[in-house]
Design a protein around this ligand. Structure first.
Ligand code: F6P
Length: 364
């Protein structure tokens, strides 16, 4: 089909590489198809409340190496159940989906490119069912999306973690301390495991393998017995001890917005270890540093490839699909098949075998 005017939006938590996609789509759309490109602002909010900007090749030429998203994003504005305050100050949920569809039609867009993670892509699919021609582009630092080998943002995040681990080694060794690094990833341990292997962690705790405290202590004591009085532990925010659930933060916003926010397992672990072992323990929580900064080369290339391929998919009329990395190619995966699936590390994964064969303890 001929594309005359297209829309792009970015939803969910930001990550590096989103701007690479925006730039890639814009360049192909303008240079190859002479198309107008509209950037919808702050995720689906922009579609609901009519906030957008025109994107040009000149305006997007500097953004390839820029973290975040120039369009802004949100991980709470679900148009199908939008949480807002009513006139009495109470929280209510409202369905803005038809308003978003009407605005899409008013903008006279031929299609909508939605760059997002699991939640955003599920919403995108619902809009596809309501008649919006949608192409999805997967993103997340967590790397937990079904249907694609890797998501952009993940590699940059693991590099941040790896760099932090290199630093924790020198200070931990100097003080003979147990250094714990809590990292993101929600219910999947990809960041912890890959960065932990790269950063020479002694213990890596991931959500897929509930840890036994006794095994963690055993590893520390084993190292002490061998004359190594410091330990580097990477713990994924969604990791949990056998018999317990994961640790979440209960903040005012979490309660109001109904979003589960992980956090606290690193300090919990620190407390547990310091009660049992005569070594000082320190915990570092990397938090959102993992999401920001300059994208790695891999994430820039992946974002650009997905963006350019997405335009071709739209020209071919392949709506309702997501562009995905199936190494070495980019291909299409139906958005329908992804709904709600979190891609965790399979317990049979060679990554797990590799970690344990190199004597990293996974707490089991
Ligand atoms: O999904 C990406 C992610 O960074 C998770 O790893 C993390 O749990 C969550 O988002 C943090 O979300 P927020 O930015 O809302 O604190």
């Amino acid at each position: 089909m001929t594309l005359k005017r297209i829309g792009i939006l970015t939803g969910g938590g930001d990550c590096t590489g989103m701007n690479a996609v925006i730039r890639g789509i814009t360049r192909v759309a303008v240079f190859q198809h002479g198309c107008e490109v509209i950037g919808i602002e702050q995720g689906f909010d922009g579609l609901i409340f009519n906030r957008y900007q025109e994107l040009t090749t000149i305006g997007t030429r500097e953004i390839l190496s820029l973290g975040g998203t120039i369009l802004g994003t949100t991980n709470k504005g679900n148009p199908f159940s939008y949480r807002e305050f009513d006139e009495n100050g109470a929280i209510r949920e409202r369905d803005y989906s038809q308003q978003a569809v009407d605005n899409f039609n008013r903008l006279k867009l031929d299609c909508l490119f939605v760059i997002g993670g699991d939640g955003t892509l599920q919403i995108a699919y619902k809009f596809f069912e309501m008649g919006i021609p949608v192409i999805g582009i997967p993103k997340t630092i967590d790397n937990d999306l079904e249907g694609t080998d890797y998501t952009f943002g993940f590699q940059t995040a693991t590099q941040v973690v790896c760099d932090a681990l290199d630093r924790l080694h020198t200070t931990g060794r100097s003080h003979q301390r147990v250094m714990i690094l809590e990292v993101m990833g929600r219910d999947a341990g990809w960041i912890a495991l890959e960065a932990g292997i790269a950063g020479r962690a002694h213990i890596i705790l991931i959500p897929e393998i509930p840890y036994q405290m006794a095994k963690v202590l055993e590893k520390i004591k084993l190292r002490q017995g061998g004359g190594s009085h410091y330990n580097i532990i990477v713990v994924a925010e969604g990791a949990r001890e056998v018999g317990y659930s994961e640790i979440t933060l209960e903040s005012a916003t979490t309660r109001l917005q109904g979003i589960k926010q992980y956090g606290g397992v690193g300090n919990y672990l620190a407390e547990q270890i310091s009660r049992e072992i005569d070594l000082e323990v320190r915990c570092t929580v990397l938090g959102h540093t993992q999401r920001g900064g300059t994208p790695t080369c891999f994430d820039r290339v992946l974002g650009t490839r997905l963006g350019t391929y997405a335009v071709q998919a739209a020209v071919d009329g392949k709506f309702g699909n997501m562009v995905a990395l199936k190494t070495p190619d980019i291909s299409l995966v139906s958005l329908k098949t992804l709904a709600g699936i979190v891609r965790k590390i399979p317990l049979t994964s060679q990554l797990i075998v590799c970690a344990e064969q190199t004597r990293i303890s996974l707490g089991r």
